[in-house]
Design a protein around this ligand. Sequence first.
Ligand SMILES: Cc1cc2nc3c(=O)[nH]c(=O)nc-3n(C[C@H](O)[C@H](O)[C@H](O)COP(=O)(O)OP(=O)(O)OC[C@H]3O[C@@H](n4cnc5c(N)ncnc54)[C@H](O)[C@@H]3O)c2cc1C
Length: 601
Amino acid sequence: HPLANVGLVVRAENLSSEYDYIVVGAGPGGLTVANRLSEDKNVTVLVIEAGGFDQDEDFITIPGLAGGAVGTRYDWNISYAPDPALNGRVVPIPRGKVVGGSTKLNRMVFDRGSRSDYDGWGALGNDGWTFDTLLPYFHKTENFTPATAEIQAEYNIEVDPANQGIGGYIQTTFSPFFWPTTKNIVQATEELGIAINDQATGNALGGYYCPHNQDPETVTRSSAEEAYYESAKPRQNYHLLPGNLVTRIVTGNASDSVQVTGVEFATSKDATPQTVKVRKEVILACGALHTPQLLQVSGIGEPALLESINVSTVVDLPAVGYNLHDHINVVVVNALNTTVQTNNLTTDTTFAAQARNEYDTQRTGPYTTPTGDFLLFLPLKTFTNATQSILSQALEAGPSSSLPTDVPPEVAAGYEDQFALLNQKLEADDSAILEVIFADGAFVLALQHPYSRGSVKANSSSMFDAPVADVGFLRNNVDTAIIREGVHFARRLAGTQAISALNPFEVVPGGNVTSSADIDAFVTGSASTVFHPASSCRMAPREKGGVVDNELKVYGVTGLRIADASVMPILPASHTMTSVYAIAEMAADIIKGDCYKCVSH
Ligand SMILES: Cc1cc2nc3c(=O)[nH]c(=O)nc-3n(C[C@H](O)[C@H](O)[C@H](O)COP(=O)(O)OP(=O)(O)OC[C@H]3O[C@@H](n4cnc5c(N)ncnc54)[C@H](O)[C@@H]3O)c2cc1C
């Protein structure tokens, strides 16, 4: 039964009254699931997205301007709650509000975590979720093109094409231009005896050259919209409604459980909400901050919270919103004595104009890279000899020092398993604890396996009010101690011959900040986010604080799943987009019943 008004539906009146599947949120999670489900001509699929379409503005499409949509109308423009451990500072947390979600705002780092990251997901009580079961889905998402001959000649990037996907919807490749100081960080890595590996192999450790989600032909961003929406749009059974916020999941009582029957949506807080019915399932993909909020305003969550916002409890599921965590970072900045570097694009008008002309006419030069062409992902032992003292500190602090005081008992129980895993990771060789991104003189130091946890709580019964997202940065001092070691390591990197050759001068925090107390003050005073909130509706057994089971079904409800960053059992040591795509690809197969290998039925 083909739908009328195929593809894009701009007016709610033109929707069908009922669909087989309704997907909420058009980010990488939502667009991927909707695309794969609509491959079956016999089902109808509707995606509802709060944001509209972008206009292919330069700040979205040009790799060298990546991140430029932050703070625009394509961003939710929300912040984490004031953080006592950061001197009460408020850290903004950009989130895409546009078809494509945060893949329109992000920095286009397209990497996977290590085998241990995903095997850890299974070990935390999620049968069927391992590196090996996710690998086919990492492959399925992408269409990888090797580096250009010029980059290959200069950097000799060793990539085994067998580890990359061919034929997927997302175009991935290496940038055709690397900023010249990339050579210095590669050499510094070698000088310190750190191996350079291929991130796609499950050994995303040491240094690696990092692909980006960019199209090698057009040299523009390949977002979830270009990849998964454009290819699904012509289908007779696919609708996407942009510019509408889903305000509530509608439920009714089935014989022995709560049954999802549809969703309510509206264009604005004052508009009268409309309802669309669902036959099979609703799949939530609103991202790690809005998915738990939508559950809560729909009556699925902690009864005391729901009561405080005047929502009646439909499903008593206290874990909703807890376990939120994110990759926290600080930046050590050095001024360098070199002529060609990234800030020339903003400080040197002649350079910038030439670079832009080169991009416009030949699709080469500085604007072809979003930066981050070479990254370091380091086990703790690789960057400090303080492993034992950090482990002792973690054990002494115990699990509770990472958690908000009001945490429900099942969330605390589930955290104990994570705590044991985190402690193992401190001593492990197969698990990265720190990421270092070198962008000319700046060392971005991002903690990959933070101990601290927070929560997301709806602030009112309206989805139009921003949720209170307490990410809990540095709640546990162990996180500060690890970042402190990262600061020492950045200085070791700056002291290598390869980087000394650029005459680095440390501007932030400055060479006189050397004592542990002073470095810690720098950390609390400047720490921010690398934009990877996750795990706020984590996949885990219900008694371990899980919100979804290993088939991504929300506990206590029939016909409701989640497929976005919120289900991650724990963050991987990598950027998060690629893992969200893989989760969503696997989710679609689970829903279709095709995922025999991964999750037992
Ligand atoms: C500035 C920035 C830089 C980043 N850099 C990188 C990077 O370089 N590499 C990387 O791997 N990751 C990066 N990330 C993270 C990555 O983009 C996210 O992890 C990923 O996009 C999360 O996918 P998601 O589907 O969970 O959520 P999102 O991408 O946030 O998508 C959620 C969608 O749901 C919509 N939505 C929310 N609530 C509702 C509702 N009630 N009704 C309807 N629609 C709703 C939103 O508008 C949005 O479109 C970055 C993120 C940002 C913001």
